[in-house]
Design a protein around this ligand. Structure first.
Ligand SMILES: [Zn+2]
Length: 203
């Protein structure tokens, strides 16, 4: 399976036809897609002004979308590197229990779905690198009361335990699934209380 970088090279390859370059960009999202594959694709299409089946597509738009994705990936991979180094230090210092990686970090390792959006059409509109930076800041900081991406306070629990879909807090404003580690016990408890309420307002 081709890696992210070789797929990125294909997106930039002016010798390839545009359809193949678009296909390669979509394949990049199988390696790195902060909102999940479909929501990240929807985001890139909207932000860079191309449709999923655009026949008259200007390849420069694909490259611009790729650049946005690459920058976000760089931010995330730097965080992972730091996280892994910190764990090694803790292990070395005998603090293994303190640094045990949680299920969430294991599940998103590599950067796929770090702020997944269950509904592919409801996701933040800010540039991806900015969104990933906000998440990384929240992960390094003490847990907070609000969404790490949009600072919204309308967070509600969703899903069923044991199912493959997300079981946890979701932001009712920007639509991201919020990693539990960034929320205080109080915010988590409040999110559990409002489960079942409609998540996204019509406004
Ligand atoms: Zn939010």
């Amino acid at each position: 399976m081709a890696g992210f970088r070789s797929l990125a090279r294909q997106v930039r390859d002016q010798g390839c036809d545009t359809a193949l370059r678009r296909y390669s960009l979509r394949k990049c999202l199988e390696r790195f897609a902060p909102y999940g594959h479909r929501a990240t694709w929807d985001h890139l299409c909207r932000r860079h002004g191309f449709g999923p089946d655009d026949r008259e597509l200007d390849p420069a738009r694909l490259v611009a979308a790729l650049e946005e994705l690459e920058e976000a990936r760089t931010v995330w991979l730097a965080y992972e590197k730091e996280f892994a180094a910190r764990r090694r230090r803790e292990k070395h210092g005998g603090l293994r229990a303190l640094g045990a990686p949680d299920d969430w970090h294991r599940a998103v390792w590599g950067g796929n779905g770090v702020v997944r959006c269950g509904d592919p059409a409801v996701h933040p509109t800010d540039p991806l690198p900015e969104v990933v930076r906000r998440l990384v800041t929240a992960l390094k900081d003490d847990p907070g009361e609000a969404c790490p991406v949009c600072a919204g306070a309308r967070i509600a629990w969703t899903g069923e335990p044991g199912e493959e879909t997300w079981y946890g807090p979701v932001c009712g404003d920007c639509g991201v699934e919020v990693p539990r580690a960034v929320l205080t016990p109080g915010a988590l408890a409040r999110a559990r209380e409002v489960r079942g309420r409609p998540l996204v307002s019509a406004a």
